[in-house]
Design a protein around this ligand. Structure first.
Ligand code: PAN
Ligand code: ZN
Length: 189
């Protein structure tokens, strides 16, 4: 007896590179020039090549953004580098619908996931190939590449989560991850 399998959605993933392929795939790139105010050393940032890519995200939205009960899927490729002494990182956000959680799973590179509660309490988790991270609702999240290679991780988040960047622009995270002597330094912001 033969089982006829259902057809998967048309999108494809390349696990290692984090690249996706397919009609539904969206892509967003953030350059040094687009990250004003994110890093502690704004003078260092504005002196860098504004076109240099810090990170790129590819993802698929199988249902419309805002749909309750759906999921989005995608990968972030965060390049290696520093702004002054601070490692390249994502802007970070709370989900606009605050109680929505998320999974991250690292495939390559090394870094840190910075997690901040609504009261500002901040902690970090090490990201290494194979590390799986559950980000609970109401927790802001940012990733930092502390290695010499690009860091790639996959993510799955609710389609109605949305992204609140304004809350982070206003107050930042409680910790910053800086280049240290031999190993990264996690310092109070
Ligand atoms: C991720 C992030 C991605 C880029 O897909 O959106 O890593 O980071 P910023 O959105 O903070 O610029 C995610 O957490 N989605 O919810
Ligand atoms: Zn998120």
């Amino acid at each position: 007896m033969m089982t006829i399998l259902g057809r998967a959605m048309g999108d494809r993933v390349d696990w290692q590179s984090g690249r996706m392929d397919g009609a539904g795939v969206q892509r967003s790139v953030k350059t040094v020039g687009e990250l004003a105010g994110v890093f502690a050393d704004e003078a260092a940032r504005s002196g860098m090549d504004a076109a240099r890519v810090v990170y790129a995200v590819e993802w698929t939205e199988p249902v419309a953004a805002g749909t309750e009960g759906g999921l989005f899927w995608g990968a972030t490729r965060l390049e290696a580098g520093c702004v002054g002494d601070e490692y390249f990182m994502t802007r970070g956000h709370f989900h606009a619908v605050r109680d929505r959680g998320e999974f991250y799973g690292t495939v390559s590179g090394e870094g840190m996931l910075v997690l901040m509660e609504e009261d500002g309490a901040t902690r970090v988790e090490r990201m290494v190939p194979g590390s799986l991270h559950y980000i609970p609702g109401r927790v802001a999240h940012r990733t930092v590449n502390t290695g010499a290679e690009a860091m790639v991780f996959w993510a799955c988040w609710p389609s109605d989560a949305g992204h609140d960047y304004a809350a982070i622009a206003a107050r930042g995270f409680g910790l910053r991850v800086m280049r240290g002597d031999g190993s990264p330094r996690v310092v109070e912001a």
